[in-house]
Every structure is written in C-alpha cells, then in structure tokens.
Write a protein that binds this ligand. Structure first.
Ligand code: ATP
Ligand code: MG
Length: 560
C-alpha cells in the first residue's frame, strides 16, 4: 500500500515529464469507458486515478465514451456511466466526448496512413487473417493483398466507406511487420465493415475504427498527456505509439500510455461482460442489484462515494496484479458511517416477549443515544411497554456454554431500559417457540432506577411492539462463493454462484425509522449498517444490510 509521502509510479512519470517540459507542464487525462454495460468497482479505481491525479497536478480530465462497437452499445449505458462518475464526486465540466465525434478525423487519418504507405486494404477473411498471423513462436505470413498500390488502397477504402462491401468482406490493416515478436504489431486490423446503426451517428457509417487505432488517435485529438490504462494493454503500447507516428500535433506533443494493475477483489466479478450474463440470466434483479459490484449496485447497497474513494486511495496504484480482500472495502464503509450514521434498534428476526409484571395499558419513555461514539448526534426517546420484540437468536432454550443472552431463568438487560428475566417459554402445537414470558425488575431502569447499575452479562436490543414499524430486511451474502480473485473472474464463474446470497426477514423496527427516507443509512445496534432501499413504498419499508459489524479487515491486519 502506498504511504502518504511516497508518490506512486504514475506521479513519478508526470514529475519527469514536467521536469523535461514534455507537455508544457500540462496534465490532461481521460476516463474512456465503452458504453456496453454498467461500470463496476474496477472502473471506480480508474476514475479515481484519472480524475484524482489530474486534480493533484491542477490538470483536467475528459470523460470519453469509446463508442466504436455499435452492436453492443446504447444510451442507457451512456447515462448510467455519467451518473456513476458524478456520484463518485468527479466532474468533466464541458468535456464529455465520444469517439464517434471523431469518425471524420479518424477516417481522414487512416487515409493519411494509406497515403504514406502505412495501411492497406486486405481481402482475407477473419479466419485467414488469424491463420496468417502466426504464433508466439512462429512469425506471421504476409497477406497477398499487402502490396496493393496507394491508389488502389485509397479507392478500396473509399468503397468500404460507401457501403459497397458486406461485413467482413474487407478490412483496413496497418502495414507494420508480420515478423514482429509482438503479435499486436503484425499488421493489426484498424478498420472493419459493420452495417449497424450507431446510437449517435445512426447509419452515417458502415465502417468503424478498431479500439487500438481509435484510442490513441482520440487521445491525440483531445491532446491528452497521460493515457492511463490497465496492464493488459502493455503489449499494445508499441502499436499505440506507432499509430501516432504520423500525427500532426500543433506543439508536437503526443500522449503517453501508462499501464497500471487492474483491481481484483475477492468474491467480486470484475467484467462487464460477465455481469451482463448475471443480469440476462436473472441471477440478479438488475444491474443495480445490491449484490452486484457495479457502482449502481454498490450505491443501492448503501456504500457512500466517500467510502469508495477512500478504498481506492488505500489500495493505491501498482504495476503488479494483485487481489484485494473484500474485507477492506467493507472496512471503508464502516469507517465512513461509524460517526455519521444514527444508531437505531431493529429486530431483524423477531420473537415476541410479554413482560408479565408490567401494567397493562401503561407505557414509558427511555432515553437512547443516537450514536454512542458521537455525542453531537444527541439522544431520542424510545417507548417501552408490556409487549416487545427481541431477536429470535438472542434466546436459547438450552443455552450452550458462554451464551450470555436470554435463556430460561436467566436475566439480560434491554438496552436503555430494564433488566428482564425469562420465566416461561410458550410454544405452538408443533413445538415452535412463539412467545417468551418474562418479568422485569422495576428498579433497574437505565439511567434512573435504583438498580440501574446492577450488572448482568448480556445486553440486548429490542423494540416496542405497539408502535414498531414493519420492515422487510434484505441480508446479503457474497454472490460468489470463492474467495480467490482469480477464480472469481474465471470462465466458469456461473458454477461458483452462491445460491444463498439473499435472505429476507420480516423485521420490527423502532418507530422513528418511519421518519427516514430512501437512501438514509443507519447502524442497527448489534446488527450492522443498513440503508433504506428504493423498493420502499408508503406502506412497505425495505432495508438492505450494507455490511455487518464484525471487522475482519482489522483482524487480518493484526495477524500479519
Ligand atoms: P470490462 O472488462 O469490465 O468490460 P473494460 O476494460 O472492457 O472492462 P472499459 O469500459 O473499456 O471496460 O473500461 C474503461 C476504463 O476502465 C479502461 O481504461 C479500463 O482500463 C479501466 N478498467 C476496467 N476494469 C478495470 C479494473 N478492474 N481495474 C481498474 N481499471 C479498470
Ligand atoms: Mg475495454
């Protein structure tokens, strides 16, 4: 992990460029998503990095949609991506661009390459091109069409653009080196024919530039200085640079590609393509299902932008691949909510308790802290009366050793209220426990009773039955069973789907929960952090558990 004073390797590169005055001390980055799905937490790392580093150097960042594959892209994705970047707290001002804005310039530049003898139209089929490309150990073979004249290439490329040919009939290839040890340099395809309607340019074009060509040229058009991308593009860097050899920049500044290690997180799938499979197969309820590692899912789950930025800061940037433990992400949201989320009482899986010696029809108020660790959040009153709920698993009829919660003839304290003792267990005809009958110690009220300080081993949360709010509680487990980041992204990820990743409870919440709105976040005492879900209606409240209270990250750090 990066330490505060050392700079990361990208900052070192920028410092060198500033020193050498490579870019006139400009720092101009871009975030270039393809609008073919929703962004995930891996993209959040790239967003924080690109926008964050520019901010640090007083530079700017463009949002650029890399929309060169019309068959997979659409406006829903464009809009979701904009929303996610803004939610994370970054702004592109008036610099939201699309590669499709540059189709004319890309075409003109391809024509220039043909004119320089650096590109040619090839008639080989896709399969033949693959076959001719050779392997890691064998050089490739030149296409019989490789030595067409400039005039012929120009005419054919024009005809490709004019729609004279069917998909796949011809391609434009860079003329580099079929014997290059780097397979990416063996005359890569830079334009293909695709008769598809584009979400922005409609049917204007039937040829589309390939990513490896469109990307450097778009960077150059926008006068990007540092083009930061993930490690799998390292082998493409020579091609990136090759593509810009004929580029005519007013100040002779061409962008520089820098690669960093992509984010992998245990238990999380980090690929839009695979996430789309989960949505399409109905394994999740949508791109924003709270179990999804998409930014939309994480947001609905109750994560805050602050917690995600903190996470990205803590993981740092490196040049070697690694897998981050998901417990760090969970640690970050706990840290963020610890002092700012109100702490309320909600009984997730309730069992009724009748306080038999409490007067019928009576009720009273108990003073409760809104957040024991943040006094500034003040206090509130909770109603206590004869009928309450406690957590089903806070009672054991035959308590195991060290079970300090409620059991027959045992006492516990109800937080901010009284000590109660279990006198009788009421069961239905099938033997299921339906109710507990308890007595209370009238002198034991927290704060004011004569026995306020009487010690008992356990303290439980509870809610008053008469004014409790019914809540549907959704408790999530990891969508993937594995905790191996590599395996999580492997081909057969579908076989690792956890069939029990969602548990739904009919819970009873403290009355004041009704005053809160969708998106509000809380700690439910002893249960974790929760958020009100958008599925909530005026007469049906739904909450998601964001994360439990147990800090497995801190534990792991101690062990190290
Ligand atoms: P996916 O494989 O999920 O579809 P992608 O790389 O195809 O991801 P893009 O829309 O092309 O998705 O990504 C936009 C930017 O986000 C790219 O610069 C890419 O390098 C970066 N990015 C994608 N995944 C990660 C990740 N796991 N960690 C860091 N950056 C990532
Ligand atoms: Mg990509």
């Amino acid at each position: 992990m990066e330490n505060e004073v050392t700079k990361n390797f990208i900052e070192n590169i920028i410092d060198e460029d500033n020193e050498a005055n490579t870019y006139g001390k400009r720092v101009h980055t871009r975030f270039p998503p393809e609008p073919n799905g929703y962004l995930h937490i891996g993209h959040a790392k790239s967003i924080c990095l690109n926008f964050g580093i520019a901010q640090k150097y007083g530079g700017i960042t463009n949002l650029r949609f890399d929309d060169t594959n019309p068959s997979k892209e659409n406006v829903e994705y464009v809009n979701s991506i904009k929303k996610d970047v803004e939610w994370l707290g970054f702004t592109w001002d008036d610099r939201c661009f699309y590669t499709s804005n540059y189709f004319d310039q890309l075409y003109a530049y391809a024509v220039k390459l043909i004119t320089c003898g650096k590109a040619y139209v090839d008639d080989l089929t896709g399969d033949q091109i693959k076959e001719y490309r050779g392997t890691f150990n064998e050089p490739g073979k030149e296409s019989p069409y490789r030595n067409r004249t400039v005039e012929e290439n120009l005419a054919l490329f024009q005809e490709m653009k004019d729609g004279k040919y069917a998909d796949g009939e011809k391609v434009l290839r860079a003329k580099i080196d079929m014997a290059s040890p780097n397979i990416n340099m063996r005359d890569p395809v830079i334009y293909r024919i695709l008769h598809a309607t584009h979400h922005r340019t409609g049917d204007t074009w039937c040829i589309y530039p390939m990513y490896d060509f469109a990307h450097p040229v778009s960077d150059a058009i926008e006068r990007i200085t540092h083009s930061i991308c993930t490690l799998e593009f390292e082998d493409h860097r020579p091609l990136y640079n090759w593509c810009l050899e004929e580029w005519d920049d007013p100040e002779g500044q061409v962008p520089r590609q820098i690669e960093f290690a992509r984010l992998n997180v245990t238990n999380l799938i980090m690929s839009k393509r695979k996430l789309r499979v989960l949505v399409e197969k109905g394994i999740v309820s949508g791109w924003d299902d709270p179990r999804m590692p998409t930014i939309a899912g994480i947001r609905r789950r109750g994560y805050t932008p602050e917690s995600i930025r903190d996470f990205c800061e803590r993981i740092g940037v490196a040049k070697a691949d690694s897998t981050i433990d998901i417990s760090l992400l969970e640690y970050c949201i706990r840290q963020d909510l610890k002092l700012k989320a109100p702490r309320l009482m909600t009984v997730i899986d309730p069992i009724k308790v009748v306080i038999t010696n409490y007067p019928d029809g009576q009720s009273e108020q108990c003073l409760a802290d809104n957040n024991q660790e943040n006094e500034a959040m003040g206090t509130r009153m909770m109603t206590f009366s004869k009928n309450i709920y406690i957590e089903r698993n806070d009672f054991m009829e035959q308590p195991v050793k060290k079970f300090f919660r409620l059991a027959p003839d045992k006492e516990v304290r109800l937080k901010y209220a009284y000590i109660i003792k279990c006198e009788e267990v009421i069961k239905d005809s099938d033997g299921n426990i339906v109710e507990l009958h308890c007595t209370y110690d009238p002198e034991s009220k927290s704060g004011s009773g004569a026995n306020a300080n009487r010690k008992v081993k356990g303290t439980l949360h509870w809610v008053n039955a008469a004014d409790a709010v019914d809540v549907e509680t959704r408790v999530y487990d990891y969508l993937l069973q594995t905790d191996d980041g590599e395996a999580a992204d492997s081909k057969d990820f579908l076989s690792q789907i956890n069939p029990h990743s969602l548990d739904v409870y009919h819970s009873k919440a403290e009355a004041c929960l009704a005053e809160y709105a969708v998106g509000d976040k809380f700690q439910f005492l002893r249960q974790g952090y929760f958020v009100i879900d958008p599925d909530t209606t005026p007469d049906h409240m739904v909450v998601n558990r964001i994360v439990g209270l147990r800090d497995t990250w801190a534990k792991m750090q101690k062990k190290k």
